[in-house]
Write a protein that binds this ligand. Sequence first.
Ligand SMILES: [Zn+2]
Length: 378
Amino acid sequence: HFWASCRAKRQIFALSFISNVSFCEQNKSLQGLVGLRNLGNTCFMNSILQCLSNTSELRDYCLRNGHLTDLNNNCRTNTALMDEFAKLTQRLWTSVNTDSVSPSEFRNQVQRCAPKFVGCNQQDAQEFLRFLLDGLHNEVNRVTIRPKVSVEDFDHLLDDEKGRRMWNMYLAREDSKIVDLFVGQLKSSLTCTACGFRSTVFDPFWDLSIPIAQKSTGEVTLKDCLRLFTKEDVLDGEERPTCTKCKGRRKCTKRFSIQKFPQILVLHLKRFSDSNIWASKLSTYVNFPLKDLDLWEFSSEPSERPVYNLYAVSNHTGNALGGHYTAYCKNSAQGEWYSYNDSRVSPMSSSQVRSSNAYVLFYELATPSHSKYQTCRL
Ligand SMILES: [Zn+2]
């Protein structure tokens, strides 16, 4: 039965491959190697737009106008941001004989929704990414009337069941193509040092802001940074939480683990301090893998082996007072890396992708745990 179903899928795959070939022959310019003009301090926006344009599933959603179906079903009135984002993505992948396109219509929508991202101030690319994904999600949310949150007591449940219920509660309110791709679930465990009681909290995340590990000798790896992020933390003094079991403010230990891995994992390297974003910048070289980033040790469920491959990086060069953003993206059709520096797009070697300028990393899950095609890879 297994082989019969694989054979059927291979036939479907073969047919879709043939139609894809003719599609590509008709559209030789369908490459995504088009730059974005700088409209005056818009490199942070261009960098993020190129990373998102090279997110295959999001690009395909825009190319096949999937957002229009979602918009129609929702009867929303204000869908201008998604409209402009989709139009721009389509132009990046279908423009003929064009080196660069202007993102001015898209920028106008950003200005309407979030004026703070337009102007001459230095902007933060990760902050912009959060704003953009949130804005796009709200316009294509499949949920039109969000149900009221019923405060249910899940404390009697086992952790996994609690996590699942919390995730379903989230999906009941927030459910879109953007959520399908980018949102994961973080588990935080709090243990009371007085009575030993452990409580868990589950939160959705759109990206993870990872502190940069510091080492006196040797290089710092992405896993060092992730270990620092998930390391047990002591909450003491003024930070002491109230223990629900022994009913008092107690010294507690806290640690994060990943309960649900997203399809697209966005890792933000905290190069700028929280308190004053442009006060100082850490230019530490963080060594990150381009392939096979195995995150099992950060999973709440030790039997899970989530493996990710890198496909885009948003880079920040310069210092805390002034700088420039570029993007390095892997072209999904060719498997080659390109550097996107506003209107200029140039090929690059994969060995140049890692640098101390890397600021936001975009990884895609290589082993989709819920994919029905998982066992039939060709
Ligand atoms: Zn306690």
